[in-house]
Design a protein around this ligand. Structure first.
Ligand SMILES: [Zn+2]
Ligand SMILES: [Zn+2]
Length: 251
């Protein structure tokens, strides 16, 4: 097998070359991630498990999966889904730092969260923080009142570099901003719902964490005491009302 991995190799073909060769004009390279991946040297052909399977390659995340499939690293041990023979291509490939850690087969058709390599499926300490930032960015950019999202996206993408964030978090934010800028209105509504759900989950988790701290326990106890005191007052009021004639209570 010829070595396509050397950038100096004049016969080296980019991921874009191979993508067009395999899937023709259906391949639309428009997002920042697609452009980046498309320009890289292809390390492997996209070999389908079922040659006759028609892939929905018009979907942007599927183009990302395709391009990353050709340029990423083959997993030493395939994820559970690839192991079971799921996903369009024969190999389990991960592109480091992209697609939330999921393999390209799982990322295809937006099933990345089901991949055993997806960052949410490992309990990494950074994951929670990263998820907050993502949902924040989603909320920010999915406001339907923003008529022209592109200029602010560009500014924010540049700003991200000055926030002193870790490389993985930076990539996550940049990726999310890029994703959202290419969303249709429907996608944006759905993204807002998803972001709000994540945000709610995070807040509940934070609240529950707080309740386990000494401060939280003290406040919780104080609140319970107040409730009990209020209940006593209510019961006292009800008791005095019970003394009144029945007609008066009903009217
Ligand atoms: Zn896989
Ligand atoms: Zn997978």
């Amino acid at each position: 097998m010829p070595d396509h991995s050397s950038p100096e190799d004049p016969s080296a073909r980019t991921a874009a070359d191979l993508a067009y060769a395999a899937y023709g004009d259906l391949v639309k390279i428009d997002s920042a991630l697609c452009k980046k991946l498309a320009a890289e040297t292809a390390l492997r052909e996209p070999t389908q498990r079922r040659v006759d399977q028609k892939l929905n390659i018009e979907r942007r995340s599927n183009v990302e999966a395709l391009l990353a499939h050709m340029t990423g690293q083959a997993a030493p041990k395939p994820c559970k889904n690839c192991h079971k023979g799921h996903g369009p291509w024969t190999q389990c490939v991960v592109y480091d730092g992209q697609m939330c850690g999921s393999c390209t087969n799982c990322w295809f058709n937006a099933s990345g969260s089901r991949c055993t390599f997806h960052e949410n499926n490992h309990q990494q300490p950074q994951t929670l923080f990263a998820a907050t930032v993502t949902s924040g960015a989603n909320l920010l950019f999915s406001q339907p009142t923003i008529a022209q999202p592109s200029p602010s996206n560009v500014n924010l993408s540049t700003d991200v570099n000055h926030w002193g964030l870790s490389e993985s978090t930076k990539q996550l934010i940049t990726q999310t901003i890029t994703d959202v800028s290419t969303f249709s209105r429907r996608d944006r509504f759905l993204a807002r719902i998803e972001a709000a759900a994540k945000e709610l989950g995070m807040r509940i988790a934070e609240y529950e964490e707080f309740l386990r701290t000494p401060e939280g326990i003290a406040e919780q106890n104080a609140a319970l005491d107040r409730d009990r005191a209020q209940n006593r007052d209510t019961q006292a009021t009800e008791a005095s009302m019970a003394d009144a004639p029945a007609d008066d209570v009903l009217t």
